[in-house]
Write a protein that binds this ligand. Structure first.
Ligand code: DX5
Ligand code: ZN
Length: 217
């Protein structure tokens, strides 16, 4: 975990017809990570892109590639995303009956392992995973689409997971994803999140660099 606040723009809201350029621009806009939303039309009601697209844009940026797998049975796909150049691979607790094993698999490939919780999933679901996870992703919208409204109960969950990590003395990245803008970002930072994902608030902004700076706070 870093003590800095990190901003991870989600390319879900980028112009897909110019994806390479959009990814390439993020470093000079001040972003820290590139957030890659992978959806399979099964775990979530939308389809985006898979490992070949991640591989194709990998050379466009030196930033950390943060793959958020919103797919059923994510263990099946971990190798492919690792090979494609993801640095952080996050899987959903709800999508995987053996998520503990999947986190170990991700780490065995030399990648950082993240576990994500949907808005309805309580924080106790990660309690016995903390030794094997580098990051917990708290969803602040129901996954599937960009541009949704921030669900405020995510703040309590961020706080609870941060306290869990502090009690254990674990260095844990806590990421928040969904409806993050300069206003909600401030609440998330106060609650203990240190990695802020934002799609529409960055790519929809007239001044993207400013949006990133304001989200960082
Ligand atoms: C939602 C995705 C998010 C999404 C965020 O399923 O996981 O990363 O792109 O988009 P905004 O920031 O527009 O809510
Ligand atoms: Zn995401």
């Amino acid at each position: 975990m870093t003590d800095r606040i990190l901003v991870a723009p989600s390319i879900l809201s980028a112009d897909f017809s110019r994806l390479g350029e959009e990814v390439a621009s993020l470093s000079s806009l001040g972003a820290d990570w590139v957030h890659l939303d992978v959806m399979d039309g099964h775990f979530v009601p939308n389809i985006t892109f898979g490992a070949p697209v991640v591989r194709a844009v990998r050379s466009a940026s030196k930033l950390v590639f943060d793959a958020h797998l919103m797919v059923a049975e994510p263990a099946k796909w971990v190798h492919e995303f690792a090979d494609a150049g993801a640095d952080v691979i996050t899987v959903h607790r709800e999508a995987d009956a053996h998520v503990h094993r999947t986190l170990q698999l991700i780490r065995s490939l030399g990648k950082k392992a993240g576990v994500a919780l949907n808005p309805a999933t309580p924080e106790c679901e990660v309690e016995y995973l903390l030794d094997d996870a580098d990051m917990v992703l708290i969803m602040s919208v129901n996954p599937g689409f960009g541009g949704q409204k921030f669900i405020t109960s995510a703040l309590r969950k961020i706080e609870a997971v941060r306290n869990m990590a502090l009690r254990r003395g674990t260095k844990l990245d806590i990421q928040v994803d969904g409806g993050v803008n300069p206003q909600t970002a401030a609440l998330c930072r106060d609650a203990g999140a240190n990695v802020l994902v934002a799609g529409s608030a960055v790519f929809g902004a007239a001044d993207r660099a400013r949006a990133i700076a304001e989200i960082r706070g």
